[in-house]
Design a binder for this molecule. Structure first.
Ligand code: CTP
Length: 442
């Protein structure tokens, strides 16, 4: 909805993301805290993973109630879920049908996740049956429903299952997974339930607050590698963690996110389109290819400033005592994006060891961008660490995001960027609402 972003951002001057000093799965926490999640467990071997799922949801601050199908209790006991959720567990209809427990549970749930969802459970949910408590709760609830299929690969591929999945998707059910790989039955293929951490991320994202809803965001992350010969390259210590956390936070805030990533060992965040590159030239090409409909560019990559002028075609042999390498500058991607006539709002990063604000403002003006997130490097901050501290500078203002875990900082950064986007959009249009895809010209 045009204008929604701006209203959201402006109406929430405080922190929409509570600052949670927790180590485990902190990236999912603010959106799940206090949420009421009904977990349906059906009878498959993956049910053992549901215990870990309950634990992670609880750590994330959610309230969890578990409803098991009768078949599920052949794989895992209710007592396990009871201990982990701290709640009573529902195994099937109680003797007293007048208790209307399916209605109560249906009303209680803010979201329902069935994990694992067996082929039989999918079939019954697709048909809208109410022949066990879990199916009845799903039928009686207005809450969003998500299913995490888990079954033998042939059962998953079967036309009947695929039809059931399609029917459910058309009805608005989120189908999470399945993943592909080795199966408990000894076969290999699609049908593995997603890991609990991935399911937690999906649920978290479904509760995102929508600060960047509907915007297209491109994030660059990680280092680049500039080849010297076929086996050697110049690079830097960037782990990509901050850029990946920013991409995830933008996704959680409702944006469509493309991540252009240098070589790192991180998994692409759920729901983010990730393209992997090696050199600054490749990163430049991939970023520029995504600028046509981009609303916000966040350059978190540690792009090499120089590359060898003439990389050798063959491996360079050890010959002389000393060797000089002639370097040439690589394209400045951030500055190139900022110089486009129709361009997104641009946010860059800067790594500094001192005089943070002065250097950051200088860099912002030099590169012609709206915001620089300056990063103090050293003392356990910055590269290859899990923590960071950011000084944000923009035209006429600055704000310090104090030291914290990168996923938490990334969310606070996204909050500040959304507020700046809103301010600039408003000032360019007077007090009128602005189209979401209006570009900021320099
Ligand atoms: N950047 C870029 N393309 C480059 C170099 C940098 O897009 N070729 C972007 C980075 O993604 C980051 C910002 O510019 O957002 C960092 O700018 P840079 O001048 O490289 O910062 P520092 O390395 O901190 O600069 P300096 O070495 O001059 O301190």
């Amino acid at each position: 909805m045009p204008g929604q972003l701006f209203d959201n951002a402006l109406n929430q001057p405080g922190m929409p993301f509570p600052l949670l000093k927790v180590l485990v799965h902190s990236r999912a926490m603010n959106f799940l805290r206090g949420k009421r999640i009904l977990l349906g467990v059906s009878g498959g071997i993956a049910a053992y993973k549901s215990a870990e799922l309950v634990r992670q949801l609880r750590v994330a601050g959610a309230f969890v109630r578990v409803v098991m199908t009768p078949a599920a209790s052949e794989f895992i006991t209710a007592r396990t879920f009871q201990a982990l959720s701290g709640e009573r567990v529902w195994c099937d209809w109680s003797d007293d049908r007048t208790a209307m427990e399916h209605i109560e549970l249906a009303r209680w749930a803010e979201t329902i996740l069935v994990a694992p969802a067996t082929a039989d459970t999918l079939a019954r949910l697709a048909q809208g049956r109410a022949d066990d408590l879990l199916a009845a709760v799903c039928l009686a609830s207005n809450a969003p429903l998500a299913v995490a299929p888990a079954m033998n690969q042939a059962m998953w591929r079967h036309a009947a299952t695929q039809h059931n999945v399609l029917v459910m998707q058309q009805r608005g059910v989120s189908v999470l997974g399945p993943a592909s790989g080795a199966q408990a039955c000894g076969e290999t293929g699609p049908g593995r339930m997603l890991e609990p951490v991935e399911l937690v991320e999906h649920l978290s994202a479904s509760f995102a607050n929508g600060l960047l809803a509907g915007l297209k965001v491109v994030v660059s992350a990680g280092p680049t590698r500039e080849p010297l010969d076929p086996v050697r390259f110049f690079s830097n210590r960037s782990s990509g963690k901050m850029g990946y956390a920013v991409a995830r936070a933008a996704r959680e805030a409702g944006a469509l996110v493309d991540l252009v990533s240098g070589p790192v060992v991180l998994e692409s965040p759920a729901g983010v389109d990730c393209v992997r590159v090696e050199t600054a030239a490749e990163m430049h090409r991939e970023v520029m290819a995504r600028m046509a409909d981009c609303d916000l560019y966040i350059g978190a990559a540690a792009v090499a400033d120089y590359r060898p002028l003439s990389p050798a075609g063959d491996k360079i042999k050890k010959q002389e005592q000393t060797r000089s390498v002639e370097l040439e500058p690589v394209p400045d991607i951030l500055a190139a994006v900022a110089a486009l006539e129709q361009r997104p709002l641009c946010v860059g990063f800067a790594a500094e060891t001192g005089r943070l604000e002065e250097y950051a403002q200088k860099k912002r003006i030099q590169k012609g961008v709206e915001m620089i997130a300056a990063n103090r490097v050293g003392k356990g901050l910055g590269f290859e660490t899990d923590d960071n501290e950011l000084l944000l500078v923009w035209d006429g203002g600055s704000c310090l995001l104090e030291r914290d875990h990168k996923p938490i900082l990334a969310r606070r950064l996204i909050e500040q960027i959304a507020a700046l986007y809103a301010r600039l959009a408003k000032s360019k249009s007077g007090s009128k609402p602005v189209e979401h895809h209006a570009k900021h010209s320099a």
